[in-house]
Design a protein around this ligand. Sequence first.
Ligand code: ACM
Length: 417
Amino acid sequence: MSISRRTLLRNTAALGAFAGAGFPHVWIKNADLAHATGGEIKVGVLFSLTGTTAIIEESLNKATLLAIEEINAAGGIKGSKIVPIVEDPASDPATFSEKARKLVVGDKCVSVFGSYTSASRKAVLPVFERQNNLYWYPTLYEGRECSKNVIYTGAVPNQQQDEFVPWLINKFGKKFYLIGSNYIYPKEENNYCKKLLEKHGGEVAAEEYVPLGHSEFSSVINKIRATQPNVIFSTVVGDSVVALHRQYRAAGLDPEKMPMASLTTSENEVAAMGGDAAAGHFTSAPYFMVYKSPENEKFVEAYKKRWGADKVTHFVSEACYFQVHLFRQAVEKLATSDLTPPNIRDAVKGQETIAPQGKVRIEPENLHTWLWPKIAQAKSNGQFEILVEAKDWLKPVPYAAYPGQVCTDKGLVVEKS
Ligand code: ACM
């Protein structure tokens, strides 16, 4: 086989970019991955280990590292070990941006797994778009984003609310009190909720936002008493979830008559607040720790073995876990010299894996994930009871609240009306 000098130079440069200084001048395009990467594939792990969202992000860090360790223990990816570079962005969007830049530009990671809040995702987005790198975002979020530099593995509003809102109206009544933390995610989620309320004959009793990290809910609870809604629809995040539930209970409100219906309260926040404060309230999500599947049994057992028998898994840590396995599958598809973030993105389009929640798939059109919606009620033992399970996986529609706008592989298409 002959190979031109130009091809040889191009391939050597491509390989060198990943191998760093001292890489032997291997010019065979399909040299084995371990050889070409120096036996290492560097990825960033960017979850807050301190600050107001550490309550949840610390568990996302753990689930990500667990998946990486599992892959490495099984021999890595075609012989190359995944090397996680962990940074603590301290629940601060500006620090997220600074650390993301360090991971992408300084450490030359080929992907970064990170973020809980949409505020932090928005803060890192320009880094990934400018560097044409890849951010793997595991959290439920508001949609209305269409980036070729993000793989979104958490639920978007249609996947958490389409079934949940009419179910709540049917079971408890039509008057909803919308309470959220004050940033983009709760506002967009509530925008979608209001459209569903209108469609299904519901109404908004009040809409209120509290600062991130807010812990004093007495005035909110007084307003709830005064307005007497049927449902308190909560998109409060972080430590505030714990404060809200505890103060609701201390105020003597009754979940049987006026439950909280949350898109953000998982087993993790329930563990922090105590099962009694959570009992009776509802969450809609694609995954709950009690879900019965062989893949979930394995995930829960491995997580507890690695991080402690008292630890819980939840719908964001599950996405952290399966998205690392999707990363592995994508890299496995690539030839050695093709190990670049844009190529990893192309390889992950349409990838499927049997996740703990069921089979998931990256939608090639918009890089979001097909998921399995579920509705569950919190119990005093800290776990949920699943009451409703979707019969089929649900397509992600990130612009569901914006008719005429569609995220496609060519970018956002706005249809003329
Ligand atoms: C969120 O900010 N996406 C929970």
